[in-house]
Design a protein around this ligand. Structure first.
Ligand code: TNX
Length: 489
């Protein structure tokens, strides 16, 4: 069995100092200790190590052979990992940092570590020191649960896979023309009429979350240090709203439910008071459900809204988000108006420049980079791969890895960036397996861009580290696309 090298990690750590003389072996006598506040991370560590090792790995309050500690001087989400022949010390700048040290540790163990029953293996952790910290505080993935609904359990499974690459935000696209996926008490027909079976694309894959379901998801994500970012898409992408509430259309007539893939045909009415009563209620209820700082209001592809109505709408709706204590995020089209400083614009297009986004950055707004031709996980890998779309091009792993967020848009440099996000739209997806196949192995590329130092990016190194992941996904039952660019073992 091959012992791994200390730097064989995705995203590649900031500093790695191997010392082959001091490898550490986890064995049946290995104990774990956790400083106050790290009990949950310690439980997570035991939960990921115990099944495959078969060891008890008792958590004690003294000095364990694997010790979890906090040193705020390291900084938020950062960590230090010291591996000697006697001990492993995982020190985080905060509990999230310790959690990321644990993710690094998992990747350094043999592939058998993901098995759900006891395996014969030498559980050797390569010796030395890693000092690691994130480049961006926002490292996101997005899942479209509107075009194809994913259950709470499916989203949990997806989260388990994402956090291995130190992703810390999951943006949920909860509403679209086809369906509405979250119960809103003050507008109950949204899910009653537009959240049931048959409301996904092609009349498949419908469903919705009760508030209880959604809270369960949020607390699961919290334990994985993931912030859920809910998106309610407005003023376009609202056919499902108007099916349920015809008073929110211009003529008061309910449209037919639609499960095709067309976009840009529906709009809330900027000149109606009902529109803002609706937006206020939905934002209030979503804000109350949301412990995280962000609430995404969509704002994309409003082709059925005039430019003037669009601005009127955005100017009235942004303050509602702030009124309920949240920081608004919107797709970059919303930068057509002067945004309040707290607002974040998410760039998603394929053009080389974008005036609105650059203007927002110049005014001090933060930007999330999701250029469709690099980060869209719903694009096909190659012309002959399925599922997927190809309007933004074909995206192989090298393409997903080969771009630089601080150079993507003129006028949007490093200091303007909140981070990066890889969106997965679900028009062509029919299952969690489809979602995983589109996500892996491209998500790790985006994760490395979001976490690792800019000057550490190296395609050949990434390719080699990624290859090791094939067996790891297989062992975990996570589907992935066997991209021919990678020499999978
Ligand atoms: C564009 S990206 C959309 C979505 C589609 C996606 C498909 C964005 C903000 N809007 O409505 O699902 O393309 O790739």
């Amino acid at each position: 069995m091959v012992t791994r090298e200390l730097g064989d990690v995705i995203p590649v750590p900031a500093e790695v100092r191997p010392d082959a003389a001091v490898d550490f072996a986890i064995d049946s006598g290995t104990s774990i200790s956790a400083a106050p506040g790290l009990e949950q991370v310690a439980d997570y560590l035991v939960a990921v190590l115990r099944p495959a090792t078969g060891f008890e790995l008792a958590i004690n309050s003294g000095a364990g052979a694997i010790a979890l500690a906090v040193d705020p001087e390291l900084g938020s989400e950062s960590y230090r990992m010291d591996v000697s022949s006697q001990r492993i010390v995982l020190t985080g700048g905060d509990p999230a940092g310790v959690f990321y040290a644990v993710q690094t540790l998992r990747q350094l163990l043999p592939v058998e570590i993901y098995a759900d029953s006891a395996q014969q293996a030498d559980w050797i952790v390569p010796g030395g020191v890693i000092v690691d910290r994130p480049r961006f505080s926002y490292r996101g993935a997005m899942l479209d649960v509107a075009r194809h609904f994913f259950t709470v359990d499916e989203v949990k499974t997806y989260l388990d896979a994402l956090v291995q690459f130190k992703i810390n935000h999951l943006h949920l696209h909860l509403t679209d023309d086809q369906g509405w996926r979250i119960d809103i008490e003050s507008w109950p027909k949204l899910t009653a009429l537009s959240g049931g079976d048959g409301t996904g694309v092609d009349g498949l894959g419908g469903g919705c979350y009760s508030k209880g379901d959604y809270e369960e998801l949020i607390s699961y994500a919290e334990k994985l240090f993931v912030t859920i970012v809910p998106e309610i898409d407005m003023p376009g992408h609202v056919n499902a709203v108007q099916v349920a509430y015809p008073e929110l259309t211009a003529d008061g007539v309910a449209p037919m439910p639609r499960t095709d893939m067309e976009v840009g045909y529906s709009s809330l009415v900027a000149g109606k008071d009902e529109t803002y009563a609706f937006a206020d209620d939905v934002i209030r209820e979503m804000a109350a459900l949301t412990p995280g700082p962000y609430l995404h209001i969509g704002g994309d592809e409003a082709q059925a809204t005039t430019a003037e109505d669009y601005r009127t709408f955005i100017v009235r709706v942004l303050p509602l988000v702030t009124k309920y204590g949240k920081r608004p995020i919107g797709w970059h089209e919303m930068a057509a108006v002067d945004l309040p400083t707290a607002a974040v614009a998410q760039f998603w297009r394929i053009e080389e420049a974008d005036e609105g986004t650059a203007r927002a950055a110049a005014r001090g707004n933060k930007i999330i980079m999701s250029p469709a031709d690099k980060t869209y996980l719903d694009m096909r890998y190659a012309a002959d791969t399925r599922p997927g779309l190809e309007w933004a091009g074909l995206i192989d792993v090298k393409t997903a890895y080969g771009w630089e967020p601080a150079e993507r848009l003129p006028g949007v440099g490093e200091e303007a960036l909140l981070g990066v996000e890889a969106p997965l739209w679900s028009e062509t997806l029919r299952s969690l397996t489809d979602a995983e196949t589109m996500t892996f192995p491209r998500l790790p590329a985006i994760a490395e861009i979001g976490w690792s130092p800019r000057d550490s990016r190296d395609w050949e190194s990434f390719r080699a580290r990624l290859a090791e992941y094939g067996p790891r996904w297989r062992q975990q039952g996570i589907a992935f696309h066997p991209s021919p660019e990678i020499d999978w073992p």
